[in-house]
Design a protein around this ligand. Structure first.
Ligand SMILES: Cc1cc2nc3c(=O)[nH]c(=O)nc-3n(C[C@H](O)[C@H](O)[C@H](O)COP(=O)(O)OP(=O)(O)OC[C@H]3O[C@@H](n4cnc5c(N)ncnc54)[C@H](O)[C@@H]3O)c2cc1C
Length: 494
């Protein structure tokens, strides 16, 4: 087998990989090679199918203004941007992961989140304001998520690619990493398979950014449990987990929730793999995340989760699993006119829905027993505490009363036609089980010792449990990849 040499080899071609490659070059690694399994027309991993919102710590509007300096000043003045502090971000991570997130990694990610986003901006990535809801002339965002990248995830990837190529990063498509050179005592490179040959790429350091295993039905069935092999994949079909397996075989320490995954309610008609983005890059056309402004029922017309437990950004990543657990793996989000008018700006859905002037007609259109849906909605409407003021911009505490399954915020009677139903299923975004790293982004072996020469960032890092606060993946990538690139460059130059 022929051999080649480089300073830093990066396994993968998604956002974590680009960030690691750029950071390695900025920190003095001469020859950086990125190995992307996908063909050029499908490069970029999951971010290609996402609008890539970022959750990070900020002190208020001025902090945000720095990274969207050209946004219309009049509109910006109407943005409601209270501080999102380290304490709040850390609290969100702890709450949704039920206290299971590694606290050193969480502290590191939170404390570096603002500077990592600024690093992206300074490196040439542009941002713009995130989806928002207008209430009385003010615009309200989900806490912690004020911006996404211009052109969505694809825009971000195209810009990273430009920046990486300007820095002479050697980006190779259709280059599948099959093995590691070395063992748990040290990694010296990787073996690469292309369409027509195999070669060994020796490297001073290797950074693995090969994503999760969510696009591998066999691994989903094995780790995620019943019916997980039926999940529709929202992102890249190339995240098939073979690098994760190779790392486990090498003796790395597993981390994160191996039976857990980020799974969300998506259009039941969505394709399996690569759900499309809206043309402006603002949102994925298959996302169905405004369920906070209506109710969701299964095929038996039963509600099955608290749609108003919290802002959607704290509940959506666990809601896909709840939908998949319903008969047929389907559910229906039901709104009336008031609910439809409260969809967030930038989150407008495609026209894949049913609409009717009565609940009975709507039920018939989505093949639910009309009497059952009428009964569920009548019971829900009667339980709404209309004496509590309704405010969709905040957690308003406008809950139902005496329902076995409450709706804890934004409860509004569903009584104004037209009535609308969006049929949803559960889509998998990324798996939570991965490898253990330390805050230098070194991969640890089973005895918790760093494996010399091996770093990791992105979805392949095991970090989350149970649930996930939205838009943390991109921030995690920026924080860990910047660090991994820096440390890998330093090691390669020793
Ligand atoms: C629809 C959707 C919407 C999302 N929205 C957001 C959001 O708004 N904000 C947010 O923070 N996160 C979001 N996410 C999650 C976020 O996109 C991911 O967490 C992030 O992109 C993961 O980055 P990564 O580089 O680690 O992995 P990926 O982007 O999955 O990249 C992995 C790469 O590794 C390559 N690869 C795999 N195996 C090999 C191999 N053997 N050899 C070589 N290459 C290999 C793949 O081809 C791929 O390029 C979203 C995801 C999806 C799917």
């Amino acid at each position: 087998m022929r051999t080649e040499k480089c300073d830093v080899a990066i396994v993968g071609g998604g956002s974590a990989a680009f960030e690691a490659a750029v950071s390695a070059r900025q920190n003095g690694a001469e020859k950086v090679v990125m190995l992307e399994k996908a063909p050029e027309e499908e490069f970029g991993g999951n971010a290609r199918y996402s609008h890539t919102g970022f959750r990070f710590v900020y002190s208020g509007p001025d902090d945000i203004r720095d990274i969207v300096p050209n946004w219309d000043p009049e509109e910006f003045a109407r943005f409601h941007i209270p501080a999102y502090t380290e304490e709040i971000f850390k609290g969100d991570l702890n709450r949704v992961t039920q206290g299971r997130i590694d606290s050193d990694l969480a502290d590191f990610m939170v404390s570096q989140s603002n500077s990592a986003v600024r690093w992206m901006y300074e490196s040439g990535i542009e941002f713009e304001p995130e989806k928002r809801r207008e209430v009385d002339g003010k615009f309200y965002f989900e806490p912690g998520i004020i911006v996404h990248t211009v052109g969505g995830g694809l825009g971000q990837l195209l810009r990273w690619r430009e920046i990486a190529l300007q820095l002479d990063v050697d980006l190779r498509y259709r280059s599948r990493v099959t093995k590691f050179v070395g063992d748990f005592r040290g990694i010296d490179g990787v073996c690469v398979a292309t369409d027509d040959d195999d070669y060994e790429l020796n490297a001073g350091a290797v950074i693995v950014c090969a994503g999760g295993f969510q696009a591998n039905a066999e691994m989903r069935a094995r780790y995620l449990g019943a019916n997980a092999d039926l999940m529709k994949v929202r992102g890249s079909k190339h995240n098939t987990g073979e690098i994760l397996r190779a790392l486990l075989d090498l003796g790395v320490k597993p981390a994160g929730h191996w039976q857990g995954a980020h799974a969300t309610p998506i259009d039941a008609h969505a394709p399996d793999g690569g759900t499309p983005l809206r043309q402006d890059g603002h949102s994925n056309t298959c996302n169905r995340y405004d369920y906070t402004q209506g109710i969701t029922v299964n095929n038996l017309a039963e509600r099955f989760y608290d749609e108003g437990e919290n802002n959607h950004s704290y509940t959506y990543a666990k809601t896909g699993r709840a939908v998949l657990a319903q008969p047929g793996g389907l559910a229906h989000q039901i709104y009336d006119k008031k609910g439809i008018e409260l969809f967030r700006l930038g989150a407008e859905y495609t026209d894949v829905y049913e609409e009717a002037d009565t609940i009975a007609e709507l039920a018939a259109k989505i093949s639910i027993e009309p009497v059952a849906l009428e009964a569920t909605i009548a019971e829900f409407n009667a339980a709404v505490q209309t004496d509590i003021p309704f405010n969709p911009g905040i957690l308003d505490g406008r809950a139902t009363k005496d329902l076995v399954l409450p709706k804890s915020n934004w409860a509004n009677p569903i009584d104004e036609p037209p009535f609308r139903a969006y049929t949803v299923t559960g889509g998998v975004t990324f798996s939570f089980g991965g490898v253990r790293i330390n805050t230098s982004c070194e991969v640890l072996d089973i005895t918790e010792q760093p494996i010399p020469g091996l770093y990791a960032s992105g979805d392949i890092v095991g970090l989350f449990f149970h649930n996930y606060p939205s838009c943390t993946g991109q921030t995690r990538n920026a924080v860990f990849s910047r660090e991994a690139g820096k440390n890998a460059a330093q090691l390669a130059n020793q």
